[in-house]
Design a protein around this ligand. Structure first.
Ligand SMILES: CC(C)(COP(=O)(O)OP(=O)(O)OC[C@H]1O[C@@H](n2cnc3c(N)ncnc32)[C@H](O)[C@@H]1OP(=O)(O)O)[C@@H](O)C(=O)NCCC(=O)NCCS
Length: 188
């Protein structure tokens, strides 16, 4: 059935043959590589990453599988996942998941390694990914975090993602159901 409203963006505009590398004076966002597996496994030893992302990751094989999964999103035209790196190696992760080309939407997900926290890495990564997304025609980026995760709320706000509301008892964590704060950033 023909649609009567043109799509916000297109596969050609978003999914260039090479996933772009994005950078500012704080971080570089680049596609994940096989040799990130060891640093990824190390990152997942952090109890806060396990807690808020409700996953453990213990073996190199699991880390390689996660790298492959994140890379596959670009091929499948469903997501863009970047390793956030600096001079001292892996600093974090920034994904735009669930890409919807028609409505020009996606959901951001992120963490930073403990040693990189408190120096603007999450904020910089969110700003870089948002800037790229709006340049290629996205209209609205959303993210959500548990109401108990104030660090994530602050990073989202600092990157310009305004609070839109609360999804009550929406996501199950290790200690039970959490209310989730929804934030969004609209194309300028
Ligand atoms: C939440 C997280 C991504 C923040 O990353 P970060 O790189 O330290 O964030 P930034 O340095 O960009 O900080 C942005 C703002 O948030 C504040 N902030 C960061 N962590 C905070 C915390 N735990 N409590 C309160 N404020 C915090 C910073 O002070 C800064 O605000 P300011 O400049 O006004 O002081 C990081 O702590 C993390 O990965 N935590 C574990 C996993 C997680 O929570 N992921 C998100 C799931 S939704």
């Amino acid at each position: 059935m023909p649609v009567i409203v043109p799509a916000a963006t297109s596969e050609q505009r978003v999914f260039t043959p090479e996933q772009p590398v994005l950078s500012d004076d704080v971080v570089v966002l680049r596609p994940w590589r096989d040799d990130d597996a060891a640093a990824l496994r190390e990152a997942y030893q952090d109890p806060e990453i396990q807690r808020w992302h409700v996953r453990r990751l213990e073996t190199l094989d699991e880390a390689r599988a996660l790298v492959a999964h994140w890379r596959s999103g670009w091929e499948a035209r469903t997501g863009a996942a970047w390793a956030v790196v600096g001079d001292d190696g892996l600093l974090g992760r920034l994904d735009l998941k669930g890409i919807d080309l028609y409505d020009g939407g996606a959901e951001a997900a992120y963490w930073t390694v403990p040693a990189a926290r408190g120096r603007g890495v999450a904020t910089a990564a969110l700003r870089l990914a948002s800037g790229w997304a709006f340049d290629v025609g996205f209209h609205r980026l959303q993210l959500e975090h548990s109401l108990a995760n104030m660090g994530s709320c602050r990073a989202a706000m600092k990157a310009g993602f305004a609070v839109e509301g609360t999804r009550r008892s929406a996501v199950k964590h290790a200690d039970g159901w959490h209310d989730m704060h929804v934030h969004a950033l609209i194309a300028p």
